[in-house]
Design a protein around this ligand. Structure first.
Ligand code: CMP
Length: 141
């Protein structure tokens, strides 16, 4: 098992619905540790930069509108195998209709777009995404 880090975003739908605390409690219950957190409202440039790989896809405009629509919580998670387990086991499929019982998206997501949480999809993506939001933040990145 590798002790690693990954990015969780509690998205604007989940923050607005008052589910931030429930999502953090779920993650702590799984044994993840919080290394850094920021509650922010992303601007267009920040959201477009973060999701640059999706530029040109049909849902890109909707994704940027949504991600800039209200505050979201950026969380640096740390723990044994946390990138893999958060993304592949705890979070659930992008579409909540396909998400397994007991996952965050099964419990908190509304739709493919308003799907409560983000998780980095590989160790490389985790390093890039954490640097994107936490670079220069104390001693963490
Ligand atoms: P996320 O894991 O944050 O990364 C890309 C996001 O694009 C994804 O979560 C979804 O919220 C969003 N997305 C993917 N497919 C669609 C879709 N068909 N319609 C709207 N949003 C989508």
């Amino acid at each position: 098992m590798a002790i690693d880090r990954t990015l969780c975003i509690v998205k604007p739908d989940a923050v607005a619905a008052g589910n931030t605390g429930n999502i953090l409690a779920f993650l702590e219950g799984k044994g993840a540790r919080f290394r850094a957190m920021k509650l922010v409202q992303l601007n267009r440039a920040q959201a477009e930069g973060f999701y640059a790989e999706h530029k040109g896809r049909g849902f890109f405009g909707e994704l940027i509108e949504f991600m800039t629509s209200g505050p979201c919580l950026l969380v640096m998670l740390e723990g044994d195998n946390v990138q893999h387990d958060y993304r592949n086991v705890w979070m659930g499929q992008t579409d909540p209709a396909q998400a397994a019982e007991g996952t965050l998206r099964k419990r908190f997501a509304e739709s493919k777009g308003k799907n409560a949480v983000h998780g980095s999809d590989s160790p490389e993506a985790a390093a890039r995404e954490l640097a994107y939001f936490f670079s220069g933040c104390f001693d963490v990145v």
